[in-house]
Write a protein that binds this ligand. Structure first.
Ligand SMILES: *Cc1c(COP(=O)(O)O)cnc(C)c1O
Length: 387
């Protein structure tokens, strides 16, 4: 490598790039904090902060005042610890034999969710000494958590060791994004009995959607995730969050194609007019899902119209099937001089809401964000830097 290569700007030359607006992220967290009322507001940063990068996202949230973080695994907690020195880091999947050191050395709080984990945790306390934990209680989700009756029995068990010191009792809503769903109230009532049994210990029930259900769902600590990253927290309402992530792919080639010809694998889309197609460097290996294809994908029965990109002030449709490394957009309706090889097409972001892209793919923003794959070049900006 010669010195002259050093100036290469990885972001400016990337085939695929992701811009994360940390200013918008922090605004969204403050919005969640306002809506959480008297409760403290934490942040779910599992799965690399929903694909946006736990280092930068964690640090920005920490600097904004977040002191309670939720990760899925101990490894994620170890990474986050470098950026959130004195925050509480809860590990949602709990503790497993062989990982004790990670919890003690990095001051991670395991979220104990089953009888087996509880038994193991008691033995860890006996071996290593005092350490905080949290308790997950299942109030109807039927995923992780102690049954309500077992949790209450544990709360009332006078023989439990003094070293067993839960700092948080929590549960998770199954239908929080559907405010009319009767399950919300049922889970709330069940969780109230649990939190009452653990008097004096902080309680947490609400994810992003749960925050919108009202103050009785807030308890002591809220745990927003998707709303921080700009996803729509509640179904069937306008999304009040600011977009945070913008994904763009470079146009590698523009080609002119005659009416009657077909596009991409399977020849599944036949062009009805002479067209110009932009071939861009994003495929399903990058989480630009095959279900966003136009013209039909075998086994895709939903009849969704396919994905859209955004370039030069216009939305443009996907043409034909999305392939592993490449997608094709129909740019026929955009004046020639506005779309050139080397330009970038937005896949989702400030112009194509991530929820719209996810809907077209038959999925949700969560999956769209966490599925972006390894090839994105990331850039972090704050609001001021953007314009
Ligand atoms: C992921 C997760 C959250 C955050 O949920 P969002 O819907 O993204 O706000 C909160 N609590 C638990 C237990 C989670 O697993």
């Amino acid at each position: 490598m010669t010195d002259s290569f050093e100036d290469n700007d990885a972001f400016a030359s990337a085939g695929l790039r992701l811009t994360v607006d940390l200013g918008a992220l922090v605004e969204n967290w403050r919005d969640m904090a306002r809506r959480s009322g008297r409760a403290r507001t934490g942040a779910a940063v599992k799965a690399d902060a929903y694909g946006l990068g736990i280092e930068d996202v964690g640090e920005a949230l920490y600097l904004a005042g977040t002191r309670d973080f939720f990760v899925a695994t101990a490894d994620e907690g170890v990474t986050l610890r470098l950026y959130a020195p004195d925050a509480r880091i809860f590990v949602l999947c709990g503790i497993w034999p062989g990982t004790e050191r990670l919890f003690f050395e990095n001051d991670l709080v395991p979220v104990i969710a089953s009888e087996e984990q509880l038994t193991f945790w008691m033995s860890v306390l006996a071996d290593y000494g005092d350490h905080p934990c949290a308790l997950q209680v299942d109030t109807g989700f039927n995923r992780l958590g102690l049954p309500v009756e077992d949790a209450i029995a544990l709360a009332n068990d006078v023989s439990r060791p003094a070293s067993f010191a839960p700092v948080l009792v929590m549960s998770h809503l199954a239908c929080g994004d559907d405010p009319a769903n009767a399950m919300n109230k049922q889970q709330l009532e069940a969780f109230r009995t649990v939190s009452a049994a653990f008097e004096g210990i902080e309680a947490s029930l609400a994810n992003s959607a749960g925050i919108f259900l009202g103050s009785e769902y807030h308890f002591d600590l809220t745990r927003p995730g998707i709303a921080l990253y700009g996803g729509q927290p509640v179904n069937g309402t306008a999304n009040p969050m600011r977009p945070v992530a913008t994904a763009e792919a470079r146009i590698i080639q523009i080609r002119s194609v005659r009416a009657g010809e077909t596009v991409s694998y399977g020849g599944a889309q036949q062009l009805t007019r002479d067209s110009r197609l932009a071939i861009v460097s994003a495929g399903y290996a990058d989480g630009y899902m095959r279900s966003l294809s136009s013209g039909g994908v075998p086994l895709r029965q939903t009849g969704l119209p396919g994905g859209q990109g955004f370039i030069a002030g216009h939305k443009v449709p996907v043409a034909g099937r999305i392939t592993m490394d490449l997608a094709i957009f129909d740019v026929t309706d955009i004046p020639n001089h506005l779309v050139r090889a080397g330009d970038y097409i937005e896949l989702f972001g400030t112009n194509i809401p991530v929820d719209d892209a996810a809907l077209a793919a038959g999925t949700i923003s969560y999956e769209m964000l966490t599925g972006m794959g390894l090839r994105y070049e990331r850039r972090y900006i704050s609001d001021e830097a953007e314009e």
